[in-house]
Design a binder for this molecule. Structure first.
Ligand SMILES: Nc1ncnc2c1ncn2[C@@H]1O[C@H](COP(=O)(O)OP(=O)(O)OP(=O)(O)O)[C@@H](O)[C@H]1O
Length: 417
């Protein structure tokens, strides 16, 4: 089934679906293209259409070999479409799902490509705001790089910004994908270039580990961890590489590297990573969703509406098509208040399971879990009493806090696109 998009393009076949719309393989005057048709409700939003047209020059002007080029923007009747370069290959999420973890050299080569794309965008004054494996396309037809890594291209520039129009929320909502959202966004600060570097460091961690440093469970809990928890080290990678990841996951935006520096430093690491197999580490235990039985954190403190994990806001655009509900996509949630964030005890995020540690479900694990719950219950009650908070607390095991949490006034003067 083909359909016309504007007067110059024809969409032939669906390549994939995301939360903002459906991507089609299409044809234009200059040959094959990818056409992203935005969701009908987005296309019907007059303010969004205005912003779309406003962003036109910036989006069309971003030309870089590591960026999926936007060739045209089409506003035609009910259709709102982005015409893009066609990348023949797959997206990074699909590859990660297939392989679970990538060899460090491949992971670093792909990340360096994306850092190059971000450096170009930041230099042009564009913040991506939704860096994640779904938005990295791998060109499997181009010559491979170090370790056989396919060249990577970053796509979906400007979409998060378009969707985050003031009329689409009350200005105090987080728009993004929870696992990759920088802490300053959770705190309600405007997104600067450093949010992309944070998200990219999260992607690199995920490519190496097979899981994100702060992910798991309810999106509200994920957002809270970005602000209150320290990243657990990844065993088995060279220290220099870990230091890079750690620095780019700093809570303070100004402490992170610029995208151009990150790209250069990652490339320096590539020769030493040759031949390293993918890491052999266990995914951490899932956190319990609520801690009601010991009375400190119950329910879903961030979500204004119930969170439906089966829908995730994906709306089918094409009649008769089903949304891809398996994809973790954008979410829109209330930004937690300062008092809610202040209630979080600082700790280290879910650590990869150390050798010899009890497995989930084992008798040893259940006994350890019972001991932990009793300890947490006592600690939470004591902390709540001391702080006078009756709300919710982050129940991370009791380490000292990371002093690097940014103050609400902190800015990133080095990168202000
Ligand atoms: N320029 C392109 N060339 C080839 N395939 C593409 C292109 N852009 C997107 N695709 C394919 O279409 C799929 C859907 O892309 P889309 O950007 O709509 O969603 P997403 O990034 O996976 O999710 P979300 O929009 O929720 O962030 C991608 O996974 C990819 O496989």
């Amino acid at each position: 089934m083909s359909r016309k998009i504007g007067s110059r393009y024809t969409a032939h076949q669906i390549l994939g679906r995301g939360s903002a719309g459906t991507v089609w393989l299409g044809e234009g005057p200059q040959g094959p293209v990818a056409i992203k048709l935005l969701r009908e409700d987005l296309a019907a939003d007059q303010e969004l259409v205005g912003r779309f047209v406003q962003e036109r020059a910036a989006l069309l002007g971003l030309n870089h070999p590591r960026v999926v080029g936007v060739r045209d923007l089409v506003v035609d009747g009910n259709d709102l479409a982005l015409v893009m370069d066609l990348v023949r290959g797959t997206d990074l999420r699909t590859r990660l799902e297939r392989e679970r973890r990538l060899a460090p050299q491949v992971a670093v080569a792909i990340t360096a490509d994306v850092a190059d794309a971000l450096a170009a965008a930041h230099a042009a004054g564009i913040v991506h705001r939704d860096v994640k494996p779904e938005n990295v396309l791998l060109d499997v037809h181009a010559p491979a790089g170090p370790g056989g890594a396919p060249p990577a291209l970053l796509t979906d520039f400007g979409i998060a910004k378009l969707i985050d129009a003031p009329s689409r929320g009350n200005g105090s909502r987080v728009v993004g994908t929870p696992d990759y959202v920088a802490p300053e966004i959770v705190e309600g600060l405007p997104p600067r270039a450093s949010v992309d570097v944070y998200a990219l460091a999260t992607v690199l961690y995920e490519l190496l580990a097979g899981f994100t440093p702060f992910g798991g469970g309810h999106p509200g809990a994920v957002l809270r961890r970005h602000v209150t928890e320290r990243v657990a080290p990844l065993p088995g990678i060279p220290d220099e590489l870990w230091q890079l990841i750690h620095q780019c996951l700093a809570k303070a935006p100004a402490s992170r590297l610029r995208a151009s520096e990150l790209a250069a430093r990652l490339r320096e690491q590539l020769p030493a990573l040759a031949g390293h197999p993918p890491l052999d580490i266990d995914e951490p235990e899932p956190e319990p969703e609520t801690y009601g039985e010991y009375g400190a954190y119950e329910g879903t403190p961030y979500a204004a509406e119930p969170y439906d994990t089966s829908a995730r806001g994906v709306v089918p655009l094409v009649h008769g098509s089903a949304p891809d509900s398996t994809r973790d996509t954008h979410t829109s949630m209330r930004v937690p208040g300062a008092d809610e964030l202040a209630g979080g005890a600082h700790g280290t995020a879910r650590a990869p399971r150390a050798q010899g540690a009890p497995r989930a479900g084992s008798a040893r694990h259940r006994a350890a879990e019972r001991r932990r719950r009793i300890r947490l219950g006592v600690t939470a009650t004591a902390v709540a009493a001391a702080l006078g908070v009756g709300g919710w607390l982050a129940l991370a095991d009791g380490e000292e806090g990371d002093p690097a949490i940014p103050s609400p006034t902190e800015s990133d003067p080095s990168e202000t696109p």
